[in-house]
Ligand binder design. Structure first.
Ligand SMILES: [Zn+2]
Length: 141
């Protein structure tokens, strides 16, 4: 999905939620559609403010909630950190969280995915959804 498609998807989702697309909200949607990291609301607010000075933090929070309810963004509540957001149409991946810097690193392991499915199957289940978070610290070398 291109950035333009992402932007359109977010805009449509907000419309579907009955939220008017103001210039401020459009700025936030733009910021969300280009973000390839996992910013929190404060950081999204900071970025949106560059394009649309005066956007309030509560507008950011309310818009994020509406988008999350529409299923077009994911909210990650990692331990010891404020909620982080990312658009929902990325390929499946899991996250490592650097406990010292708060940096979020994406990873996906075929081996782990397969192992999880096998473990669930052994216990008579199929996986509906999973979330894996590794809390990590950089090794010195
Ligand atoms: Zn991610």
């Amino acid at each position: 999905m291109t950035q333009a498609e992402r932007s359109l998807q977010l805009t449509n989702a907000l419309r579907d939620a009955g939220v008017r697309i103001t210039r401020q909200r459009a700025a936030l949607l733009e910021v969300l559609s280009v973000a390839d990291d996992h910013p929190d609301a404060i950081e999204l607010h900071r970025r949106a403010e560059i394009a649309s000075p005066g956007i309030s933090l509560s507008t950011v929070y309310r818009t994020l909630t509406a988008l999350e309810e529409q299923g077009v963004i994911h909210r990650h509540q990692f331990e010891g950190a404020s909620a982080r957001f990312e658009h929902a149409n990325a390929d499946h991946h899991d996250h490592m969280i650097d406990v010292e810097t708060g940096e979020v690193v994406e990873f996906c392991s075929e081996r782990i995915e397969k192992l999880q499915a096998e473990l669930a199957k052994e216990l008579g289940y199929e996986i509906v959804h999973h979330r894996m978070e590794l809390y990590v610290r950089k090794t010195q070398n």
